[in-house]
Design a protein around this ligand. Sequence first.
Ligand code: NAD
Length: 387
Amino acid sequence: MTPATFNVPSTVIIGGGASWELPAQIERLGARHALIVTDPFFVQNGLADQFIAWLGQHAIAASLFCEVQPDPTDLNVRAGLRAYRESNADCVVGLGGGSAIDAAKAIAMLAANPEPLRQYMGYHKVPRPGAPMVAIPTTAGTGSEVTRVAVITDTEHHEKMMLLSAHLMPAVALVDYELSMSMPKSLTAHVGVDTLTHGIEAYVSRKANGLTDPIALSCVALTATHLLNAWREPDNRKAREAMALAACQGGMAFSNSSVCLVHGMSRPLGALYHVPHGLSNAVLLPTVTRFSLPGTVERYATISRIMGFARAGDDNETAVHKLADGLEALNEALEIPPLRECVRVGRAKFERSLEKMAADALASGSPQNNPVVPTAEQIIELYKQAW
Ligand code: NAD
């Protein structure tokens, strides 16, 4: 086995109220002027202004860039970089879900590395550290606050670019579950299954290692226990807190192991059909799991037991089949619609895009980490099965 690298932010503060540590952490980073990168929701609900006022009370200047769209684009990043330069900021704060945090990562990185962004697509291509960055997640889902990954849509090629580099890792993550309490039910479901997918894929990945395994399994266990409660009872603080922890663990696990085929196939659904990231993972997870089971029966069986789908006396074969069925039942319980209801185009048009989607999935590198490495034809068949 080749040696494994484990990167996480140098500081992670987790728990209710953690986000109010922002001024102290910016001071610790030696910065004086933060560019807050967020999406319009956090301007409307007043949270961005609360942080700007809180920073002001600590004599830290703040500017706002709030034009991040879901599944952020290269154009969002370019506009944010302009805002960073024009404001003379010296650090970046990503406030929001994975979209705002990923945009913030790319802006901070480009502050010290030349454009275009596309040249950094793939693995370890960023030459220099960027501006210091603090991540404050508001969805308990992507785990982007602790990953060395940014996913940005290339608007010219209609492709979600996956960039992985230690230079994209936030310096600080402030994981405050209280910020996730406002999530509506559908968002809770989508980002929750995203978290589960991170835990599962990190554990079955060909790059799984002794540091990521226990974190991935803890992510799966927490999600199995708390996701439905967070979805049914949005004010359930215990469930929200547990899901914020699960999301953070999922991010740590997959960023240092990898995601696999679900994510590889999910990104083209976001790029071409604007299916939200968590939802596109959720609709693919049962089908792709069924396909991948033969690659690592023992690991999938462990997941099935941890999730409570398999009973103690079940052999591995029985356990893995219960896992695929259980994931389907979980989607149903969370009212996740089938793929055909997510893409909003007819089957014929969808099928015409399958070759490009399979090629883009393979080009991302993620399917090559899957327990069963698929061909383009198999990926096309899996999209059809999930339809
Ligand atoms: P998101 O950031 O796209 O947000 C979706 C919507 O939810 C937005 O309209 C946002 O305003 C709203 N929202 C966010 N928090 C809310 C809250 N607390 N209350 C109410 N509304 C809220 O959603 P996401 O699923 O967190 O992020 C998806 C993006 O993250 C995708 O682009 C995906 O590719 C990327 N991603 C990145 C990584 C990584 O490691 N970098 C990992 C997984 C996914």
